[in-house]
Write a protein that binds this ligand. Sequence first.
Ligand SMILES: [Cu+2]
Length: 594
Amino acid sequence: MKNSGGNGHDTKRRSLLKIGGAIGVGSAVGGTVLTVLFPKKVRSATRHHRTPQQFDTAARTLTKFVDELQEPSTISPSATLNGVPFYDVRMRPLQKKLHRDLPATDLWGYNGQYPAPTFEARRGRPIAVKWENELPGRHFLPIDKTIHGAEEPTPDVRTVVHLHGHKVMPDSDGYPEAWFTNGFRRTGPFFETPVYRYPNEQQATTLWYHDHALGVTRLNVYAGLGGGLYLLRDDHEDSLGLPSGRYEIPLVIQDRYFNRDGSLLYPVQAPDRGGDPDPRVPPVWIPEFFGDTVLVNGKVWPFLEVEPRKYRFRILNASNARFYRMTLQEAADTGQRLGRPGPVFQQIGSDGGLLPAPVTLKQLLIAPAERLDVVIDFSGLQGKSFLLDNDALAPFPDGDDVVPTEVMLFKVNQRLQGRDTSRVPATLNTVPLLKPADAVAVRDLVLSELDSAPPFENPIIALINDAHWDDPITETPKAGTTEVWRIINTTGDAHPIHVHLVQFQILDRRPFDPSSEYPNLVFSGPPEAPAANERPAWKDTVISLPGTVTRVIMRFDLPSAARPRPGDKFLYVFHCHILEHEENEMMRPYIVRG
Ligand SMILES: [Cu+2]
């Protein structure tokens, strides 16, 4: 079935029954600005720990940079299905040592692996994947049954897989309510098929897959069901001569808390919440997870031994909530900083493909779900070591939660294995700019957070346009048309906003006076151009800064299999990629109309 939002599902879910009323909004938008009629003030800058502080974790007992970076394994097809490679992926429990001095950790992994295995895909060659759940019936992390989608009698352990950034049909997109349990014994109201089809019609880029089950995404990803890379390649990229083979290495970054017995610690809200009488404060859910330990490719604070030459790194931030702002610092083998900067980064690719030209950066900023495709040239640096150093506050950009400042260590101590013939060409790609004049609609998405009354101010919920996940669908762009979405952040923190199906372009960011109220915002400065690595670039996740209107432009092209006709509805979602926010209502369904 090509149409996940079609008639076959209207009886399955409350919100779909409400779609009829919402379509009117979508069809009335031609060229007009859709304002949202409620006042919004920027949240006060009050700071308090979003992750309850932990005082007895394993982090201080772990020596940094004693474990070698490992690369995820590459997954192979097991058969052919209707002429395309068929992969069978089973989610299973596993135990693994993640640091020399840490007992083995209980995890859940795709094919029982952590880090998750990497897919190698080619443009123009579709594949099929059967995602199977072979997990136990009980979750080992704390479920909050007051969170939407996690209420009784929903099964605790349910999964659904989203391939982030892929242009895919709704039935293969991993809709949050298309979940399934072990053996498909129970399935969510939107479950359609156990076999997903990935058309691979878009340009070469770094995609990734992770769990997306409504109400437990943050816990499933934390347990290990996230951070899998899906490297889509094409002939153009191959022709560039970029570093490849063993000189092309994924770096999947996640933060965690560990107990001293090696088990994962995912904190819960303080039981009495400081005496907060507001029953709307969720009892278990925490507003953001920030851990004191950083893992790269599933190892705690690893090191990588490199040759004095160029390397290509596919960097993914697969953390629940943490942003990283990273530099390279010359360091001793212990990681101790020597006070000298390391080599620069040459960013060559973004979420949705190669940049037009390399961008030289001393610092990399990466929000949850973003990808940075970078080259580091270690030529002439034989014998030196470099720390990948993080200074992003949490919550970003100016919170006061725990910040692990070390990520990993590069040691340039390997002998050069032959001349480095790889290149970083001055021209990498063509990225035609989408024009705002072509947009048929401008939509406003107002991000807000609701806190309980002072003096408690415990976070209750995060919202987009004051709407809940189950409210009528209001975003209904027409297939093939271009729209501008203005993301208006009235909260005190940055949010990485992700739109399924599309790769978009960032137009600009404009600060507004935090004392002004939406829809009568008073701008406090001119529009600011995106960073050099953000435009021209294809993006599927954009950092929405506090007190800022971020404009993105996108064209709602469906996969070729869609062949949209009038009346067809194609169901997708957009959301904040801070998993704790996405899970507590900062996520909305949307429909592409035929
Ligand atoms: Cu958010």
